[in-house]
Design a protein around this ligand. Sequence first.
Ligand SMILES: Cc1cc2nc3c(=O)[nH]c(=O)nc-3n(C[C@H](O)[C@H](O)[C@H](O)COP(=O)(O)OP(=O)(O)OC[C@H]3O[C@@H](n4cnc5c(N)ncnc54)[C@H](O)[C@@H]3O)c2cc1C
Ligand code: FES
Length: 551
Amino acid sequence: MTNATINTVTISKADIPSGGMKSYKQEDDSIILITRDDDEFHAFDGKCPHAGADLGTGLRCGNRVVCPWHHATFDSRDGSLLEPIATAGLTRYTVTDNGDKLLIDTSVQLNERVEHDKLPDTHTIIVGGGGAGFMTAHQLRQGGYGGKITLISKEDKAPYNRPLLSKAFLAGKMSEDKLLLGGSDWASNNNIDLRLNQTVSKVLPNESTIVIEDNHGNSERQSADFLVVATGAEPNFPPIKGAEMDGVYTLRSMEDAKLIKAASHDQRVVIIGTGFIGMEVASALAQAGTTASITVVGQSDRVMGNIVSETVSNALIKLHKDQGIQFVFDASVNEITKVENKSDNNEARQTFSQVGGVILASGEHIDADIVILGTGVSANTELLEEVNDLDGVQVDSKLQLRDGVYALGDIAKASGQMGRMRIEHWRVALQHGLVAAAAILKDETVETLDARVPFFWTMQFGKSLRYSGHAQTPNNSILLGTPDTLDYIEYYFDDEGEGSHENSRATAASTLGRDQELIAFAELLRIGQAPTRAQINSGFDIIEQAQASSP
Ligand SMILES: Cc1cc2nc3c(=O)[nH]c(=O)nc-3n(C[C@H](O)[C@H](O)[C@H](O)COP(=O)(O)OP(=O)(O)OC[C@H]3O[C@@H](n4cnc5c(N)ncnc54)[C@H](O)[C@@H]3O)c2cc1C
Ligand code: FES
């Protein structure tokens, strides 16, 4: 491949197999992705619009180009967005056929301008400015919605990338403004009436009406043609004596992250909980390098014990220990203790209390200056509680509760490809936004949750563990590879009795380092052809299988 002019790239057709794709890295660090079906070639910007992964290192299954990092998916023919985490499709370039070569002109982009002419006289109200609320508003505009969009959030910030709080932001690698979804002008650029610092105190689904309260206690009723409720979740406070005192933190919002960042300098930090939030916070604070020490306390002897097997858990523990994180396992915290301190304030001696440590059920005391609770979340379902159940708002595979009323994200117990479930994952929340926007626009070309599977990732010390599907427990599993060298894929099964059901299909898989295999698994899962124990044990080629089976 050569650069003919600054914008034109020449590519040999023979390089790309029919039904396949290939990416070409340019000297200026840009990437061109070519997809081919017989004599039809398409050219795109090959950097994933989400976080820049080289899409050529992902997998193409049928018409789906899947990103290796967080499974954003694009149509191989026109680059349109099929699955988040990306929020837009790929930039398309012109391709000129020149015998056995292709000329790609990156200065000419083929993407069509979206006209906002659909449902012009309607009003959509979105309650909650998190991932699901943002994605609904964004996709409505991307899909040509011309009506009014009001997005209400009780936070003081425009929608931001919540998962990055416990990764880049706490680690000191990314500033607050870089976390804003769609950039700082997203709302005005998309003509969205963004109402911050406002709490919706009531939703009347039968009347498609909400009641908003501002910080001064004033209330206002608003009605809409479409009502989307995406109020997310709040951290749990376990029944530990002292859990409510100053110096004890949870992490859900930007505000929380800023408080933890400010409070943890030179302090001994105890994190309660070994789920992914606890582990990510430990990793991010260690990378920031500003704390005196970090100790993680867990109830069992595993980390992320409801997600990965003991072997993978041990590899993660080693990764953390190698970076100086201390663990106390098989321990439950009975009490967070306080100490009285004296300070000189305007020359007047004042006494104040602060965290002194935690006392375990065994009686052991661990010194601490701050405590961070990573003890799970509860969905904010109360606004819709009276019309549904406590364990999540039951909605259909278009996230619809009733005509024109939708519930999405962490609160939704939606029916989908894997049955009815409530899932607390970022990409799932964005999926919900994509699907709900299409439902409002009555766009039948966008697949419902019936053709989508969950995906989750966590990043610790620069290593990304990715997970697709859903399993009740990680304990019925088949492990391939070596978690110790961070190169493995593990398949999970929802049946009892290991090895006894050779024809049972895996319901989930996790990986470190085997991204194409995980994509292949997710693609097979979504078409109901996840691998069986027998197939996995026989060493079948899952990538080949996914590519052969994809429609
Ligand atoms: C630190 C952190 C890291 C995470 N990392 C990952 C990860 O790596 N991978 C992953 O898959 N998932 C991750 N998650 C989970 C993921 O962020 C959530 O699943 C996702 O944010 C859910 O989106 P949502 O829109 O349903 O809710 P949220 O993002 O929580 O948004 C809900 C919004 O509604 C607002 N709200 C609530 N009630 C009202 C009301 N009455 N009136 C007005 N506004 C209201 C809230 O203030 C909030 O802004 C992480 C979560 C956290 C906290
Ligand atoms: S970089 Fe592609 S989905 Fe995140």
